[in-house]
Design a protein around this ligand. Structure first.
Ligand code: ZZB
Length: 261
């Protein structure tokens, strides 16, 4: 599985204590949350970033001497075999932290209409897939739309501050003939999905949204506005990698629960 790893630079930590601990261990390197995506062409519509609140994360030095990457240990190990890390075939962890400690951070969202977004909790983040960091595009990802809707409805239940969820309105990125400019909200409605807990319907909704976006979608924003998603996808990815805000990240076969189709 070939992902695009999106580098989301930390602009602020949720409290001075975690900031102090990170600075002490990571030194002069800038810290980036690294989100694995299969849909680089949707990055214009990022509204926030998700981590699993009870998952373990680490901060790992990049081969770029002024950068460090926050992701799961498992994904850092894969990166060490893909020429991303400071050391080859070997993981050096500078700092370990739990997802709950990252929530409320602000990170840069490259290429997004919203340049800076909050890190928020998602129950369904899998430790066994990608980097454990998921960038959220509620216009085109049913999981992201269901989860952001939950957070807006019940901020105290999810232990998020109201200001963290004040600006999660989906941004139109892709138009599809069946669902218009808001594919994920339309599919979520069609499948009568009420929350992120409706995992079975969400898996089906994701398949539909993937197919519709990829085969029939047209870009509404960015340098490839008006082009079919099928053509724009690789071009946006190449631009992001060229600008140094993303890199290729592959998941070894057999270690992933891959989607069908
Ligand atoms: C942004 C995005 C925008 C995504 C979209 C999807 C969609 P797959 O197909 O199952 O491999 N993801 C990545 N890592 C994880 C994880 N550890 N746990 C849960 N979700 C994860 O899924 C790949 C997609 O699932 C990734 O692409 C990421 O969300 C999320 F408009 O990134 B995506 C219709 C989907 N649309």
């Amino acid at each position: 599985q070939e992902y695009t790893a999106i580098k989301m630079e930390v602009v602020s930590w949720p409290n001075p204590e975690i900031e102090r601990q990170v600075n002490e261990k990571v030194g002069g390197r800038k810290v980036f949350l690294v989100a694995a995506t299969l849909r680089p062409e949707t990055m214009y519509g990022q509204t926030n970033c998700f981590v699993g609140p009870s998952l373990q994360y680490g901060i790992f030095p990049s081969k770029n001497p002024d950068e460090a990457y926050l992701c799961t240990y498992r994904s850092a190990r894969n990166m060490a075999f893909q020429g991303v890390s400071s050391t080859r075939h070997q993981v050096e962890q500078l700092f370990e932290l739990e997802g709950s400690q990252i929530i409320g951070s602000q990170v840069k969202a490259p290429f997004a209409v919203n340049p800076v977004v909050y890190v928020l909790p998602m129950d369904n983040v899998l430790a066994t897939k990608g980097t454990g960091v998921v960038t959220s595009v509620p216009s085109d990802s049913p999981d992201d739309f269901a989860t952001t809707s939950d957070l807006v409805k019940k901020p105290e239940f999810y232990k998020v501050k109201p200001e963290w969820v004040a600006d999660l309105t989906p941004v139109p990125v892709i138009s599809t003939p069946t669902y218009g400019e808001m594919t994920a909200p339309a599919v979520v409605k069609q499948f009568k999905i009420n929350s992120q807990k409706d995992t079975k319907q969400l898996a089906e909704a994701k398949e539909i949204a993937y197919k519709e976006g990829f085969y029939s979608g047209t870009m509404l924003v960015g340098d490839f506005k008006g082009e079919p998603v099928q053509e724009a996808k690789a071009k946006v990815r190449a631009q992001m990698i060229g600008k140094g805000v993303a890199f290729a990240y592959a998941e070894p076969e057999g270690h992933v629960v891959s989607r069908s189709g």
